[in-house]
Design a binder for this molecule. Structure first.
Ligand code: F0G
Length: 467
């Protein structure tokens, strides 16, 4: 007998369907809402077929913790994956041992003492999701949804992307022997990401529009062709993206941080992490929930506008920011992210281009580095501390979503002082100008003359190390 391991529930009208009844655009036919994956044990509010005692379907929390730890020493590919190691909490494929994996997850949790001090708190960690195989957090979601596509027999997969999703999808599709189509906004993504899609063999289409325009076109295509949609409207993506929550608390010896700070673009990641924490809480793996706050760039801030609007109306914007990964004006998963902020008690903030660049340089100066869409978290943290929303003694974890090499042009422009327009520079206070100047490390071009080199080094060595 084939027992359904999960159902899909519309996050807006709460209609529950079986996994085989979902439409190709992953939208509810009644209300156009997005689905979430529900399991008998995860669903306290609207059980599809839940038995009386949800715990009866799973080992107890200590057994799960032991099992997940045990798998670390296994040579099985799925056990080496930081996503499938937790497969008991994402039973979404018939045969998990055949999951398409690049050994994603297992990402480090770094402490950032200087950033903590700068932000005015005692203790700051960064969960660096940029340390995934293709350099972004998208791998954790892609291994999950691509495995579903492969096991359901699809030949083609597709996504619209600001770059990282397409890189991840192309890689996982190639591993599985599937064919992939990428839609990206022409000229508005970082070159490294575009090069990855090509390297992994995707059919790459640059559309003369923005991300939101790409999503629209792809939405029409998946209704006409048997293409499996791998944007984050696909709820299986979120099942993979919830696992860094498990990994994080495991790395913290099952302690729960007070606050998680996440960048917000299409707004699936904050929703996925929230789901991960809620499920751990439901299963008794953690005693309480953290707050989750979402940070957006000022030029791509529809959730921030919703958050400060007393009527709570979502109005899409025309997005523009140099943090191209989050250059999104009409986020698909905004309701899911909004629910996480409200239910877990976090905030939404916006940060300027100058604040993003400064925070990125500060994270880089700790030897960690990240792409600009990730450094919004540190910039947002500073604001939340200044507003009194986060207090000094709270343990905060920033989710760094992309590797610093994803957008090296941005970094080079910043250090050469070629990033900001004159108008943007004029907005900086003298103190901010000094902060940027202390962090900038432009390359020094010299004649190959040892006297000149020594003189230059001496002048630098005599300067004090910034605090
Ligand atoms: N950080 C990075 C590096 C991203 O690539 C993205 C999204 C986000 C943050 C925002 O995450 O959309 O779940 O709120 N990038 C997508 C893409 C949209 O196509 O690569 P989100």
């Amino acid at each position: 007998m084939n027992v359904a391991t999960h159902h899909l529930r519309c996050t807006e009208c709460a209609a529950v369907i079986t996994k085989d009844d979902v439409s190709s655009n992953f939208r509810c036919p009644q209300c156009n809402g997005l689905y979430e994956v529900v399991y008998a044990w995860s669903d306290v509010k609207h059980p599809p077929n839940a038995p009386a005692d949800p715990a009866s379907l799973l080992p107890n929390p200590s057994a799960l913790r032991w099992l997940w730890q045990e798998r670390r020493s296994s040579s099985l590919a799925v056990d080496q994956s930081g996503v499938w190691r937790f497969r008991d909490l994402l039973p979404i494929v018939e045969d998990p041992e055949k999951a398409v994996t690049l050994r994603e997850g297992n990402t480090p949790l770094y402490d950032l003492p200087r950033c903590a001090k700068g932000a005015g708190i005692d203790w700051l960690l960064a969960k660096h999701q940029g340390m995934n195989p293709t350099g972004s957090f998208k791998d954790t979601g892609m291994t999950a949804a691509l495995s579903v596509a492969a096991q359901r027999g699809f030949e083609w997969v597709a996504c619209a992307s600001t770059g990282n999703t397409s890189a991840a999808m192309a890689a996982y599709a190639a591993r599985a022997g599937l064919r992939s189509i990428v839609f990206i906004p022409e000229g508005k993504i970082a070159w490294g990401k575009l090069s990855q899609a090509m390297d992994y063999g995707a059919l790459t289409i640059q559309l003369k529009t923005d991300f939101d325009g790409c999503v629209k076109i792809l939405g029409e295509l998946v209704q006409k062709f048997p293409i499996y949609l791998l944007n984050s409207v696909n709820p299986y993506r979120l099942e993979g993206q919830k696992t860094p929550a498990f990994e994080m608390v495991e790395q913290m010896d099952w302690q729960v941080p007070e606050h998680i700070v996440v960048p917000g673009g299409n707004l699936a990641n904050s929703a996925a992490l929230g789901k991960g924490f809620v499920e751990m809480h439901q299963l008794g793996l953690i005693p309480r929930l953290p707050k989750i706050s979402v940070i957006q760039a000022e030029g791509a801030n529809p959730l921030y506008r919703w958050f400060i609007d007393s009527n709570r109306v979502m109005k899409p914007v025309t997005a523009d920011t140099r943090a191209t990964a989050i250059r999104i004006g009409n986020p698909a998963s905004w309701r899911k992210a909004a629910a996480v902020i409200d239910e877990l008690g976090g905030w939404c903030e916006q940060v300027s281009e100058q604040e993003i660049a400064l925070a990125k340089a500060e994270i880089g100066a700790e030897g960690v580095g990240c792409e600009p869409a990730s450094s919004v978290t540190l910039a947002g943290l500073k604001k939340l501390v200044a507003l009194g929303k986060i207090t000094r003694e709270e343990r905060v974890v920033l989710i760094l979503t992309g590797h610093t090499l994803k957008d090296s042009q941005y970094t080079i422009d910043y250090h050469r002082n070629e990033l900001f327009t004159a108008a943007e520079t004029a907005q900086l206070t003298p103190a901010q100008v000094a902060q940027h100047a202390a962090l900038r490390k432009p390359p020094i071009v010299l004649e190959a003359d040892s006297t000149l080199v020594i003189r230059t080094l001496e002048s630098h060595m005599n300067q004090p190390q910034p605090a």
